[in-house]
Design a protein around this ligand. Structure first.
Ligand SMILES: *Cc1c(COP(=O)(O)O)cnc(C)c1O
Ligand code: SF4
Length: 375
């Protein structure tokens, strides 16, 4: 990495390792903290966290890169980074309404690991691995289960399907974290997709700029740019994740010609506050990343303690629209249960409607009338 390097964490077990190692994504992934005993060396765990770690074994994998763990508060269990990393016992309980497959992906899996829900785009789940297993993950039924990527034979089936369906204009490469694929495998996947003439857009879904920004090397940026247009959808949830290294990772992509968008998930006690989202989006836009969706938490099993009511998200959008640059206002998105698709919600701006006349309230609370054309 060039520019300013992240300092080594000032804390055991990482304060004495080689900085070059620390800055390599391979080292970060290989040295993930992946068990309770190891985490005990890093954080001062509470009893509730210890119970969470033991009760979620077999429910959803635990794992975090040294880099991402070092962003958390070692002593405060309510730290917004730490809450994304360390399971709580509530995760082991399925609440009413929750589903293993909240987005109905399995019925729409047309060939292994390829989900075709919308007419013109498909979702390729190319790996089940992630550098950090986020406690609120919606795809927890498959993510981290076996830690492997699709085989070339499985991928070949997916490419054949895309080839045979000319209505497909966009391929979203996701997982898991799509950038857990090594450079060679990634080149292979991108080149195969790009060789299909009717595909316009390749989208890459990755949390690497957040959880392991070392992955975003110059070589990676060159690979992505070579198969453009490539859109990278990343996933920052909190301003504390937007470190200078993370900002550099985003800049490296944008400089190479990759378009970068962000999707956040609204999480109770972590970012369910207009000032937190405003600060996050301000930083993102400054680093040339556009906020795309603010996702309502899905009805995945065991994550009710992260969910907010729909009114919270609407209140956040209301607090942003007009008060902040429109570049910083994402769409509030609900992926409705059962896999019927995403919908977006906006606060109620229309006060009344009569004939040709619509009365709006504006961000200042004033009202104004708009008249439709007479014809
Ligand atoms: C979210 C999603 C997409 C992309 O939706 P956009 O609204 O275009 O961002 C496509 N396919 C599946 C299966 C999805 O879940
Ligand atoms: S990076 Fe994405 S897929 Fe992986 S655990 Fe986090 S939310 Fe789930």
């Amino acid at each position: 990495m060039h520019g300013s390097s992240p300092p080594l964490p000032q804390r055991a077990p990482w304060h004495e390792i080689d900085l070059q190692d620390y800055l390599s994504w391979g080292w970060q992934v290989k040295n993930r903290v992946s068990g309770a005993a190891e985490l005990e060396e890093v954080f001062d765990l509470t009893d509730e966290e210890r119970q969470g770690l033991s009760q979620t074994q077999g429910v959803f994998r635990f794992g975090v890169t040294p880099y991402y763990a070092s962003l958390a508060d070692f002593s405060n269990p309510d730290c917004p980074i730490r809450r994304q990393i360390v399971p709580r016992p509530a995760e082991a309980t399925v609440q009413i309404g929750e589903r293993a497959d909240p987005l109905g992906e399995e019925p729409r899996e047309v060939v292994p690991n390829l989900v075709h829900r919308y007419p013109d785009r498909v979702l390729l789940l190319a790996t089940d691995r992630c550098p950090v297993y986020c406690r609120f993950c919606t795809r927890r039924r498959i993510v981290g289960r076996v830690e492997r990527q699709s085989t070339r034979a499985q991928l070949a089936e997916a490419f054949e399907y895309i080839q045979a369906h000319p209505q497909i204009r966009e391929v979203i490469v996701s997982g898991g974290d799509a950038l857990m694929l090594g450079n060679n495998q990634l080149r292979y996947v991108l080149s195969q997709i790009r060789s299909i003439p009717h595909v316009d857009i390749i989208r890459i879904a990755t949390r690497m700029p957040v959880t392991c920004p070392m992955r975003i090397t110059d070589t990676l940026a060159e690979i992505l740019a070579a198969y453009g247009p490539v859109y990278v959808m990343t996933h920052f949830n909190h301003p504390a994740e937007h470190t200078s290294v993370a900002a550099q990772a985003c800049a490296r992509l944008v400089d190479a010609g990759v378009v970068v968008y962000n999707q956040s998930v609204l999480l109770r006690g972590i970012n369910d506050d207009v000032e937190i989202i405003r600060e996050l989006n301000r930083r993102l836009v400054r680093s040339r990343v556009t906020p795309y969706y603010l996702h309502q938490c899905d009805l995945a099993e065991g994550i009710e303690h992260f969910r907010t009511p729909l009114s919270t998200g609407l209140g956040i959008i209301d607090g942003l629209r007009g008060h902040s640059s429109g570049l910083m206002v994402p769409q509030l998105c609900v992926d409705v249960p059962g896999g019927l698709g995403k919908v977006t919600l906006v606060p109620e701006w229309v006060v009344s409607q009569k004939g040709r006349s619509t009365t709006f309230r504006t961000y200042t609370g004033e009202t104004a009338e708009y008249l439709d054309p007479s014809e």
